[in-house]
Write a protein that binds this ligand. Structure first.
Ligand code: SAJ
Length: 407
């Protein structure tokens, strides 16, 4: 039996995947209302294939609880935010979860940390949490790190097919954890030590952040000299060794916009490209705001209330708004005392989280002259004809109506 601790965006699908492949699972979360929702047979966020996976796991007997249980295998998938002041990982949730596990686990148990952590975090925070309870690591308690790699929007597929990394103190424990993940993972599972696994995970997301920052910087250069960045990237990418990602309104989500800060926080003075990339990506919401002002002037739109933002989530076809570029833009507008008037709509965000938020595409479009496309949800791609006659600023390169403005 395994106890999956933390039933959020990573813990829940992982727990369901184990259970649906025949592993006995108890999923634990300290959020009682989340546990109650799952017990009532409902999932807690939208994700392709998640409901089907949930049903399969329930059929196989997965259980949910707000208590930690005594077993010999734990998977920890709790949040690891970064401390905004120090730019370092906040390992508080992981350390707390491990402390709680130590209160209930038997000798010989293995604790696998799935949460993304910066290199050295397990040495610094997890090992002491184990030793503080009088356990000897490697004898009484075994540790491993199995960072996830799944992409929101395609999580269920990627859980099964992606390769994974497992870091452990010994080959024997690495093999044991690998055997467990092999119950559902068809991809290659690479064994290494814990520190290498920690660093590799952060490096993967940092690589993507830097690539996007390069695309965003190119967008700014091309805008300054009237060149088409999308055409340039399209052609450059035909080179067999070039693969530039797409410019956009900024980098959101809880991974790519967060993990590179761990390296900046831990290695100040060394993480230079990484810091520049973060700054470029963080500057994009303000760059979009400047574009909005220019386009309003050009089209003699004087009332911010006639401008509408399409999309609040951090990317297409997900309901996650964490670190979303749209929210960063709205915050920036508030600082410049022009917030609170612009209209906003996102089909994936049902509850009201900002002022002037609409819940119907037609009503939203009726009330605006300038539409700013911030997220490329399928909904808008399938309804592009409804934008005819509007002034459009497309930050995602999804609209090909005549006269569309771009980044
Ligand atoms: N974005 C662009 N241009 C692009 C691609 C993305 O502006 O060409 C933006 C998106 O709109 C979004 C942000 O970047 O705001 C991040 O989105 P994403 O789809 O690139 O990645 P995430 O954050 O959803 O998931 C990433 C993935 N990491 C990598 O691809 C290296 C995923 O595999 C990880 O498991 C996940 O982070 C994680 O949890 O760490």
């Amino acid at each position: 039996m395994i106890n999956v601790v933390g039933l959020g965006y990573i813990g829940l699908p992982t727990a369901l995947m184990f259970a649906s492949h025949g592993v006995e699972v108890i999923g634990t979360d300290y959020n009682k209302s989340l546990v109650d929702t799952l017990k009532a047979g409902k999932t807690t966020f939208e994700e392709d294939g998640l409901d089907e996976l949930f049903r399969a796991a329930v059929e196989k007997g997965i259980r949910f609880s707000d208590e930690y249980v005594s077993t010999d295998m734990y998977i920890v998938a709790v949040p690891t935010p970064y401390d905004k002041a120090s730019k370092k990982v906040d390992a508080g949730f992981v350390a707390k979860a491990v402390e709680r596990i130590m209160e209930v686990c038997p000798r010989g148990a293995t604790v696998v940390v799935e949460s993304t952590v910066s290199p050295g975090t397990i040495d610094k925070y997890v090992r002491p949490a184990v030793e503080a309870k009088g356990f000897a690591i490697g004898e009484d308690i075994h540790l491993a790190h199995a960072p996830e790699r799944i992409i929101p929007g395609n999580m269920v597929y990627e859980l099964k097919h992606n390769s994974r990394t497992i870091g452990a103190d010994s080959r024997e424990i690495g093999e044991k954890v690998k055997a467990l993940y092999s119950s559902f993972c068809d991809g290659e599972i690479v064994l290494t030590d814990i520190r290498t696994a920690e660093m590799t995970k952060v490096v993967e997301n940092t690589y993507r952040d830097i690539n996007i920052a390069f695309a965003n910087e190119l967008a700014k250069i091309c805008r300054s000299d009237n060149m088409d960045v999308y055409e340039i990237i399209r052609i450059a990418n035909k080179h067999p060794r070039v693969n530039i990602l797409s410019p956009g309104p900024g980098v959101g989500g809880h991974c790519i916009s967060v993990d590179p800060w761990f390296l900046v926080g831990d290695y100040p003075g060394l993480a230079n490209i990484i810091l520049s990339a973060r700054k470029i990506n963080d500057s994009m919401p303000d760059f979009v705001l400047e574009r909005i002002h220019t386009i309003m002037k050009e089209n003699k739109i004087t009332d911010v209330g006639r401008v509408g933002l399409y999309g609040l989530t951090y990317k297409e076809n997900v309901d996650d708004i964490r670190e979303s570029p749209a929210l960063q833009m709205l915050e920036s507008m508030d600082r410049h005392l022009c917030g609170g008037q612009i209209k906003v709509y996102d089909p994936y965000v049902a509850r009201d989280i900002v002022l002037n938020q609409y819940h119907n595409l037609d009503a939203f479009l009726q009330d605006v002259d300038l539409v700013v496309l911030l997220v490329g949800h399928d909904e808008i791609k399938e309804n592009m004809d409804k934008l005819q006659g509007k002034v459009i600023l497309d930050t995602r390169h999804i609209c090909f109506l005549d006269g569309t403005y771009r980044l």
